[in-house]
Design a binder for this molecule. Structure first.
Ligand code: GDP
Length: 429
């Protein structure tokens, strides 16, 4: 089998967009399996720039099937807006190239309202959500109240389900001092958009089964990163879904053995958006330099990312929990000017040394990094496309990271440009 699953190995924003786009060229089917429209990929193809949030990266390439799996939470209005925007840019989006899983739960406007109201009420304890209703929509899925894409085809059931859902939410909104949701208005607006969404609705597990039988190449496209995984991340400062490779199977309706080669996209340093523990965070000039040189601002939210040294303890853990076979090391060029480079190889906390990130949130907030220092390469890596052309100190840095995290770097990225990529292994067989 020659499938690939791409996931982030840190706190997201590792540069998945470029690598996914690069791999999507060779894929027949591209599948999103978790998250919502909080993901942000910028694809540059020729002189066109495409911004994707919910749609899989395959959508901008003719002849590929893009699937939004059941593990994704779908805001139907956001989906239609994204489709309309891409159509304006000349991309054809029809049921033959886009399938939205009929059992995917929907994000409704009330989820965004609740998201923002709760984040406001948390005060200093903010989780740092994007306010798009993704967390509350996942809560409804697990609470067995969610409206799913398939419900759009049945207006009567939809209305009943909406009433049932509101029993819960209106009580919550009342408690927060917010206005209750108008069920009638919500049902009407869903009925209005149903004819535009339903042509894309279908069974993702059947489509994947068919693709597998026909020996098609499937690319599973993860969003966010493993340290934001609801189980394995820095809980509660996490996203509301599983971001590990195993989710590619359950979030789309295929077997675990179809996940294929798991490529963990890994930034050569570390960034994090929003609140939560970040042991190697730098609040000095070096952090500023990484932020500036790496343009560390979110594609979706525009939020400034926190920057820090590479955390080998965290990535080693992500390799294990995420099922990563090899990494794509990105943004190495951002570190070109640094005289020396630090790597976190262990943590210390309350007199104890840790070779993993402890689960307790208070310990995660307290751990102090133990660093090793390596010399920088102080020359430009931008655009290097051959491993032999990398300076000796850059090679030493890469080799040392590989030893520390226990898997090889199979791809190295040296600029935002698609072709500035060093491929050390052919991933699609
Ligand atoms: P994602 O959420 O993981 O897809 O990450 P983003 O796309 O939000 O962030 C990555 C940013 O880094 C984008 O602006 C990319 O164009 C850029 N980028 C990706 N790879 C490289 C690289 O190797 N070097 C540099 N300098 N920028 C890169």
């Amino acid at each position: 089998m020659s499938n690939i699953t791409v996931i982030g190995s840190q706190w997201g924003d590792e540069g998945k967009g470029k690598i996914v786009d690069w791999l999507a060229r060779k894929a027949d089917v591209v599948v999103r399996f978790q998250g919502g429209h909080n993901a942000g990929h910028t694809l540059v193809i020729g002189d066109q720039v495409y911004k994707l949030h919910l749609l899989p990266s395959g959508i901008v390439r003719p002849g590929k099937l893009s699937i939004i799996g059941n593990g994704v939470v779908v805001d139907p209005w956001a989906l239609l807006k994204e489709i309309a925007g891409l159509r304006e840019q000349g991309i054809e989006i029809i049921p033959a190239n886009l399938l939205v899983s009929e059992n995917a739960p929907m994000i409704l406007p009330l989820h965004g309202e609740i998201d923002r109201a709760l984040e406001e009420a948390r005060g200093a304890q903010k989780i740092g959500t994007t306010g798009r209703g993704i967390g509350p929509a996942y809560e409804d899925k697990i609470g067995r109240r969610a409206l799913r894409i398939c419900d759009l085809a049945h207006p009567d059931t939809l209305r009943k389900k909406l009433e049932n859902m509101m029993l819960y939410h209106n009580a919550l909104l009342k408690g927060l001092g917010a206005k209750p949701v108008d069920i009638e208005a919500c049902a009407k607006s869903l009925e209005e958009i149903a004819p535009q969404i339903l042509p894309f609705a279908g069974s993702s597990w059947q489509a994947l089964d068919k693709a597998s039988s026909a020996k098609k190449k499937i690319l599973f496209e993860g969003a966010q990163g493993i340290m934001l995984d609801i189980d394995h991340g820095t809980y509660p400062f996490v996203t509301s879904s599983n971001t590990v490779a195993a989710q590619a199977a359950s979030g789309s309706g295929t077997g675990a053995d179809h996940v294929g080669y798991v490529l963990g996209i890994t930034k050569a340093y570390t960034t994090r958006v929003g609140s939560g523990p970040f042991p190697t965070e730098l609040s000095d000039n070096i952090g500023e330099t990484l932020g500036k040189r790496g343009h560390e601002f979110g594609t979706t939210t525009g939020r400034k990312r926190r920057c820090g040294w590479f955390d080998a303890v965290q990535v080693r853990q992500a390799v294990k929990t995420g099922g990563i076979h090899g990494i794509a090391l990105t943004k190495l060029d951002v570190m070109d000017t640094l005289e020396t480079i630090k790597i976190c190889v262990a943590y210390e906390c309350r007199g104890k040394r840790y070779d993993y990130l402890p689960a307790a949130a208070d310990l995660q907030a307290e751990v102090k990094p133990v660093y090793e220092t390596l010399p920088g390469w102080q020359s430009s890596l931008e655009g290097v496309r051959k491993f032999e052309e990398l300076p000796e100190n850059a090679v030493k840095y890469i080799r040392h990271l590989e030893t520390l995290i226990g898997v090889p770097a199979t791809v190295i990225s040296t600029s935002p440009q698609r072709d500035d990529t060093i491929m050390l292994k052919e991933l699609f067989q």
